[in-house]
Ligand binder design. Structure first.
Ligand code: 5GP
Ligand code: MG
Ligand code: MG
Length: 188
């Protein structure tokens, strides 16, 4: 995966300052490990990765390149934070999955688990389709913010309860294109 040679230490988004938190190389290294682990765990199976739009699109694209067994991909879309930095706690489905996942091994791929309400909602919803198995993958987990007990099978990084952007994660639809992850600077 190409990594831009310039990685700014600080970025500004919608008038707020964010500082470098996980650089592109660190992300790729950890995602390669997750890909290897998933390839081992699903050896002989043909899992389907379900990306949660929009935030997980970049993570999923990279993760898949590190998976060395046969696998498929599909997407679902949930309502988001809107332009806010705190969770509304309200989750609903904006786009359903197209794939028939009955009897399939499903991996839900999220960018971040914050309150856990989105993941809980997705797990409940997918159960109705009676997949053979369901596992969860998230690049980031805000451990202290999580309000519901959701099983997380593959976690890239456990992070503090602060707002982060970049690598697919947005602030008012901006900053998704950053190759690294940035964290809100409390004391700018
Ligand atoms: P939940 O609170 O339901 O676990 O989080 C739902 C969604 O909110 C995540 O999938 C992600 O899209 C968004 N979200 C949560 N925390 C952050 C954050 O720190 N930064 C950004 N950009 N989005 C977040
Ligand atoms: Mg998400
Ligand atoms: Mg968002």
């Amino acid at each position: 995966t190409p990594v831009p040679c310039e990685i700014p230490e600080v970025v500004e988004c919608r008038g707020e300052r964010f500082r470098l938190f996980l650089d592109a190389a660190t992300l790729q290294q950890r995602i390669a490990e997750l890909g290897r682990q998933i390839s081992q765990d699903y050896e002989g199976k043909r899992p389907i990765l379900i990306g949660v739009l929009n935030g997980a699109f970049m993570f999923l694209a990279d993760l898949m390149r590190y998976i060395t067994i046969d696998c498929e991909v599909d997407f679902l879309k949930l309502s988001s934070y809107g332009a806010e930095k705190v969770s509304s706690g309200q989750v609903y489905e904006l786009k359903k999955i197209d794939a028939d996942i009955r009897g399939r091994h499903v991996l839900i791929v999220e960018d971040i688990v914050d309150t856990g309400l989105s993941m809980q909602f997705i797990l409940e919803r997918l159960k109705e389709y009676e997949p053979a198995s369901v596992a969860t993958v998230t690049l980031l987990h805000k451990v202290e913010a999580t309000q519901v007990d959701v099983p997380l099978d593959y976690v890239g990084f456990r992070i503090p309860n602060k707002f982060v952007i970049g690598y697919g994660l947005d602030y008012g639809q901006l900053a998704r294109n950053l190759a690294s992850i940035y964290i809100l600077d409390d004391n700018p």
